[in-house]
Ligand binder design. Sequence first.
Ligand code: HEM
Ligand SMILES: Nc1nc2c(c(=O)[nH]1)N[C@H]1C(S)=C(S)[C@@H](COP(=O)(O)O)O[C@H]1N2
Ligand SMILES: [Mo]
Length: 325
Amino acid sequence: MAGRRTNLALLLLIVAAFASGVLMWAVGSGWGRWPTIVHGAAGIAVVVMAPWKSAVSRRGIRRRGAAAALPALGLASMVVVALASGFVHRAGARDAGPVLVMQVHVGAALVALLLALWHVVSRPVRPRAGDLSRRTLLRGALGAAGSAAVTVALPHAGRDVTGSLERGSFRPSAMPVTQWLTDGVPAINGDAWEVRVGDRLWSREELERLGHDQVVATLDCTGGWYAHQRWGGVRLDQLLAASGDPLGGSVVVRSVTGYSRRFPRRDAGVLVLATTVEGKPLSAGHGFPARLVAPNRRGFWWVKWVSEIEVDDRPWWWQPPFPLT
Ligand code: HEM
Ligand SMILES: Nc1nc2c(c(=O)[nH]1)N[C@H]1C(S)=C(S)[C@@H](COP(=O)(O)O)O[C@H]1N2
Ligand SMILES: [Mo]
C-alpha cells in the first residue's frame, strides 16, 4: 500500500475512533450499540494497519532523521496508549493507580487527536482521485466489515452498550462518588435547604408530601462504571405542575455548586428529583438533600445538590455538550 494512502486511512480511523468515543459518552444507551461497534472496529483496524504504518515511518526516519520524527513518534505512542487502555478497559480493568483507565484512555486520545491534526497541517496528505478507485473502496469495505466482525466477536467484561463496568448496584454505599471536573461535595444543612422551582420554594418535607415515586435507573458514569439503584422522589412534571406550571420548552436543573444541565421539557415525565436511594436519604456525596435522576442519560446529567429548577424557552441543546466544571 502506498505510504500516503496508509497515512490517510489511519487519519480517518483516528477521527472515526474519536468521534464514536465522544458519541458513546454523550448519548449513552440512546443509540444502541452502533457507536460502540464503530469504535471497537476503528481500534482494531488501527492495530491491523500498524505494520504498514511502521514500514512507512521507518522510511521517513531514514530520510529525515530521528529528531524530525519526534512529534510523529509522540503521536504513535499516544495512539498505542489509547489502544492499550481501551482493550485493558474492555477486559475489565477500571483503576490505573490514582486515575481511572478511562481517563488515561480519553486523555491519550485527546493528545493523539491534537498531534494528528498538527501532523496533517505540517505534512499535508492530499487525497487524489485514484484514492477512491474501486480497488481501494473494496479493500476499505472488507477491512471495515472484518474489523466490525472481530469487535462483535471479542469477549467483553463490561456492559454492552457503553463499555462501563458494574459497581455497587443496589448498594449505594459501594457506588463511587464522582464529580465531573472540579466540583467538590458541599456541606448542606438539610433542614434549612430549599429548592426553587419557577417562583415557588420547596422544603424537604413539602417535597415528600407532594409525591414519592420509586424508579430503578442506571447511573452510568463516563469514568467507566455503572450501577442500578432504586431511587425515590418527585417526578419533574408533577413538581412543575405544582409550582404554577411555568411556561417554556426547556428545563434547567442547577446545583448549589453552580453545575447545571438543560433538558427538553418533554422529558419532565421521566426525570425525578430524588431524595432517597434504596429507601434511605441520599448521602452527602451522592447529592443530599436532592439530586436529579435522568434515566437513560450518562451520569453527568444527574445533577447533584439541586438548588434551582427553571423553565424557559431556550432550546435544550443551547449548552456545552459536556459540562465545563
Ligand atoms: C485515538 C482515539 C481512540 C482510539 C484509537 C480508541 C480505541 C479504543 C479501543 C481499541 C477500545 C477497546 C475496544 C472495545 O471496547 O470495543 C476502546 C474502548 C472505549 N473507548 Fe476508545 N479510543 C479512542 C478515543 C476515545 C474517546 C475520545 C472516547 C470518549 C470520549 C473513548 C471512549 C471509549 C469507551 C467508553 C470504550 C469502552 C471501553 C470498554 O469497552 O470497556 N475512546 N477505545
Ligand atoms: N453538582 C454536580 N452534580 C454532578 C456532578 C458534579 O460534578 N457536580 N457530576 C456528575 C457525574 S459526572 C456523575 S457520574 C454523577 C455521579 O453521581 P454519584 O457521585 O452519586 O455516583 O453525578 C453527576 N452530578
Ligand atoms: Mo461521571
